[in-house]
Design a protein around this ligand. Structure first.
Ligand code: ANZ
Length: 963
């Protein structure tokens, strides 16, 4: 199997989720809060109430509020959230109708749909989903038709493995897991159009996956070939690469060998150039484009022919063709290497060397391509006893077999130039093969003369009277062109472009996948496409999913399904029993979302024309290559046959960063159990590692140390969340404790969207406090029993200039940051607004309403509740998103310190050039300063415009206030 195929398996987008062990999923259709046992629910209410009560004393006075941890849970998210989720569901608020007004602009925002694993959602999922939800909500409010769907990539290995272990049908497991995922997603308030939900496992869906396969087959893009697979004789089954660890089966630790089997392949290589060229048009991160370019790996060079010599040194009629990117080094080729699997090897290997070569072939067959090509690995090889003629100068050069040459790349043979290729150099030195320098490094000193030089330069030692080829003194580039031109003229070779990209191995020896709609005639072995009218070709029911032991896929046990006849001729035939890989269903699902129920076509042409391409596609970086490449390939085939109207499926792709577990602190202990400071770095591996709880750690300068003994330095590190480390955060728990809005807000606030970040519980408390503050800003303080009054504290007062400025600054910031997916700094903008608003004496509707709309994409439940309490009878989902008025963005305000009797007591924001009276009026209205001024008689005011306002009180004459 080529390194590409190995990687294909390794980076299967859904393998990551496969790592979660299957647990018994809950099947409750309620909000996570309601699925708690009654007892726990009660205590949760009690906790919420008691914390609200505790907060009462500080809450009554909004003016001097200093948020504390106690202030968390002080708004009724556990009532609001299920209420609005029900509302959205009952009203199908986010349904995108089939017949949208296509004169309006469209916005298609898509998440990479999940594999519904038994472990349920992890906190990594809502990161991308919240970001796309924010975009969807904003665009809806900006007047776009928005398509924001969700579905399930539900075929795959874990459900099948679970079936083998427990006998539970994969369908049952999959349904349960989907139900749980759906419930969890709904509990987070995502604005998906659930009417468009789809699963790759539904026959209505995979009918079209099979249909696409048939189109590929008809165009010669699906074919069969002998390909090595991981065969485990003890388990009697073919294993996926992720099931093989260090050459043995993950289950049971049995040896695994590579065995050739007939497999379905897809000819993605036919699209290599288009896949490469069209990358330039895409608004994708440059890093992903570069990864795709490297994966496709286009290289330009030449194929050159070397004639095999017989025992007497005479030319035979057989030759070996090599692929080289450096034809300029042809005169420096002092030996050749063929891959152990080279088809001519047995022809030219001499009888004396035969046994050694056979042993070597056996040795190489036990290594993966990845191991074989590792640069650091010591090179190995065996001389074949045979020679070939270097076409440039007629020299007889030895032919070796070595596993650093792969059968699957180029021609499976190379001309080895040990002076100018590192691997060849290492090999030649090891086996005493001559080295001949033919490229002069212009920049080198004479000391480097005998070093390997892999760069380009001026050619030397490269002319032959016998062949008439002379490339001396040419640059590498000119020399390469001349060699190619000479080779083409003399029949010694030709120009050649090669790709690293391999054809796509498309068959799996599995049950839980889409059946491949092909019949194989018993008599001739000829393959025949199942007629399109017979699709979907449904998976037959099976009760026994265990391997057959012969390498035949489990579907071969469905005897009456397998044995059939060719409807056209009536001849007996068998159905193909391998199934499609999980990649298949995820290759085109974005198209089906545009028209999910269409029985006549994969997607209606008009709908496709309107919604294509996906405007923003968000998912993990692990899909940067294969999933995106496979989808692009299928899309291009569909484009060629007129099913889709765009050349590319995804206009903009964004990878969210991964969320690492909370920082863990490690200390070390010696044999006596005494702590050893982490400064003793080089010896730490001799000691025992212990994890120290956060409350026993403190910061000292740039380091973390043990509280009980600050001389012991600890190492802080965040790890990928995993069950074994015990650092997995379950989103359900967060929703229960802080609410979905807090989880959404926190995930967006953790750091830049595309970066990796660490989970931090105090961070979620911070955003939760912000939401609670926002709630109290609009609704007011809770009553003595901890409950909140109906309605709001919002007034119909005309907003002041200062208030308008705060609001519009916030609108501008939030909007800009959303557009550039910098969600975290958008939240900071809202926090600044709320802080400013807390200083005001009133909360005018003209300010608060736009702010609530601004908050709604991030914290939709709270925003809907505030909106309804502000007197609106329907959802805010389609209200206009606020627009910043540039007039209010000019910053002409200054912060003026205010002194009372010469002591600075606060600051006020004033317009540049404001009068003394205006400044004093603002100071008297300021919440902080009011208490010093209210009821006091003023002796004198000292005002230095732009600098200070000092109010001197008349202590002897206290005015009585009626307030
Ligand atoms: C002679 C030579 C001289 C080479 C030199 C390199 C440097 P890319 O760029 O990846 O396409 N090669 C060709 N086929 C191979 C195979 N099946 N397995 C391993 N190596 C193979 O690399 C092309 C170069 O990799 C080719 O150019 C060949 O070595 C080697 F100074 O030919 B070259």
């Amino acid at each position: 199997m080529s390194s590409h195929q190995l990687l294909q398996f390794r980076s299967d987008p859904f393998v990551l989720s496969h790592c979660f062990p299957l647990i018994r999923p809950t099947n409750s259709p309620k909000h996570p809060f309601h699925s708690l046992p009654f007892q726990r629910r009660l205590s949760h209410h009690a906790r919420v109430r008691s914390s609200a009560k505790k907060k009462k004393t500080t809450q009554c006075n909004l003016k001097n509020e200093t948020p504390s941890v106690d202030s968390k849970r002080v708004y009724p998210f556990h009532e609001i959230e299920p209420k609005w989720q029900r509302y959205w569901e009952d009203n199908r608020t986010f349904r995108t109708p089939d017949d949208v007004d296509t004169s309006k602009p469209k916005f298609y925002v898509l998440d990479m749909f999940p594999y519904p694993s038994g472990a349920g959602l992890h906190v990594g999922h809502p990161l991308g989903y919240t970001a796309t939800d924010i975009l969807a909500r904003v665009r809806r409010m900006q007047g776009y038709n928005v398509l924001h769907p969700m579905g399930w990539d539900a075929f795959g290995l874990p459900a099948e493995q679970y079936a083998i272990e427990t006998g539970t049908h994969p369908k049952t497991t999959t349904f349960k897991n989907i139900d749980r995922f759906r419930l969890q997603l709904k509990s987070l308030g995502f604005s998906y159009d659930w009417d468009r939900e789809l699963s790759t496992t539904e026959p209505d869906y995979y009918k079209w996956t099979q249909w696409i396969f048939l189109q590929l087959y008809k165009r010669g893009l699906a074919y069969q070939a002998e390909v090595p697979v991981n065969w485990c004789p003890a388990l009697g089954t073919v294993l996926a690469n992720e099931e093989v660890v260090d050459g043995v089966s993950e289950r049971g630790g049995h040896p695994v060998i590579r065995k050739p089997m007939r497999q379905w392949m897809l000819k993605i290589t036919a699209y290599a150039d288009r896949l490469l060229d069209d990358l330039d048009e895409l608004e994708w991160p440059e890093s992903i484009k570069e990864m795709q370019r490297n994966w496709i790996g286009r290289s330009e060079g030449a194929e050159l022919n070397f004639t095999i010599l017989d025992g007497e040194g005479q030319e035979t009629d057989k030759g070996i063709t090599v692929y080289t990117t450096r034809p300029d080094t042809l005169f420096g080729a002092t030996y050749m290497v063929v891959a152990p699997e080279h088809h001519l090897l047995s022809y030219f290997v001499t009888p004396e060397q035969k046994q050694q070569v056979e042993e070597y072939k056996d040795f190489a067959s036990r290594k993966s391509d990845l191991e074989r090509t590792e640069l650091q690995k010591e090179k190995t090889g065996v001389f074949t006893g045979c020679y070939a003629k270097n076409p440039a100068n007629g020299d007889a050069i030895p032919i070796w077999v070595a596993d650093y040459v792969l059968a699957s790349y180029g021609t499976g043979a190379i001309m080895a130039v040990p002076a100018h290729d590192t691997r060849d150099n290492e090999f030649a030195l090891k086996y005493n093969i001559p080295i001949k320098w033919v490229v002069r490094n212009e920049a080198s000193s004479s000391d480097d003369a005998k070093q390997v030089y892999a760069g380009v330069g001026v050619i030397e030692n490269s002319s032959s009277v016998e062949t008439g080829l002379d490339i001396n003194q040419l640059s590498s580039k000119e020399a390469a062109l001349k060699v190619i031109e000479w080779a083409e003229r003399t029949g010694n070779g030709k120009k050649k472009v090669n790709y690293k990209l391999r054809d796509w191995l498309f068959a799996r020896q599995r049950y839980w996948g889409e059946p491949i709609p092909i019949l194989i005639l018993d008599e001739s072995g000829e393959t025949i496409a199942v007629s399109e009218s017979e699709l979907p070709l449904t998976l037959p029911e099976l009760n026994d999913f265990t391997p057959t032991g012969t390498g035949e896929p489990p579907l071969s046990k469905a005897v009456s399904w397998v044995n059939t006849v060719d409807p056209a001729t009536g001849k007996p035939a068998k159905r193909e029993t391998s199934t499609m890989p999980q990649w298949a269903g995820s290759c085109w699902y974005y198209l089906r979302f545009m028209d999910p129920k269409n029985p006549e076509a994969l997607v209606d042409k008009e709908k496709e024309k309107y919604w294509s391409p996906v405007d923003v596609y968000v998912g993990g970086a692990e899909h940067a290559v294969l999933h995106l490449l496979y989808s692009r390939f299928w899309h291009k085939v569909l484009y060629d046959i007129g099913v889709v109207s765009t050349k590319e499926p995804f206009k903009c792709v964004i990878n969210q960063g991964i969320i690492l577990g909370e920082v863990q602190y490690t200390a070390w202990k010696d044999q006596e159990g005494n702590y050893v400071s982490a400064e003793a770095e080089e010896r730490l591996n001799e000691y025992q590692q212990v994890t120290i709880p956060e409350d026993k750690v403190m910061k000292s300068g740039d380091h973390f140390v043990l509280k009980e003994d600050p001389s012991i330095r600890l190492i802080p590190r965040a790890y990928k969340m995993s069950k074994s480390r015990g650092n997995v955060v379950n989103p359900d728990d967060v929703v229960l404790e802080y609410g979905a809005d807090s989880l959404r807000l926190y995930e967006m606030f953790m750091g830049p969207f595309r970066d990796s970040k660490t989970w931090n519980t105090s961070g979620i408390e911070g955003v939760h406090r912000f939401l609670a503050r926002t709630w109290r800003l609009v609704i007011g303080s809770p009553q003595s029993d901890g409950s909140f009054k109906d309605g709001t504290v919002v007034t119909d007062d005309e907003p002041t200039l200062e208030q308008l400025r705060s609001l519009h600054k916030c609108i501008a910031k939030v909007t800009d940051e959303i557009e550039s997916t910098r969600f975290n700094t958008g939240i900071s903008g809202m926090m600044e607004f709320v802080n400013a608003a807390y200083k005001w004496n009133n909360q005018p509707r003209g300010i608060i309403e736009p702010f609530v709309l601004l908050l709604s994409p991030y914290a939709p439940h709270m925003a809907e509740e505030l909106w309804s309490r502000l007197g609106h009878s329907s959802s805010l989902a389609y209200e206009s998103f606020p627009k910043a008025n540039p007039d209010y963005l000019k910053d002409t305000t200054i912060v003026l310190p205010v002194q009372i009797n010469g002591k600075t007591r606060g600051t006020i924001e004033v317009e540049e050039g404001c009068s003394e009276d205006e400044a004093f009026a603002l100071a008297s209205q300021d919440k902080k300063l009011e208490k010093y001024l209210d009821g006091q008689s003023i002796k004198k005011r000292i005002y230095v415009p732009g600098k200070i306002l000092n109010v001197i009180l008349d202590k002897t004459n206290v005015k009585v206030t009626t307030k």
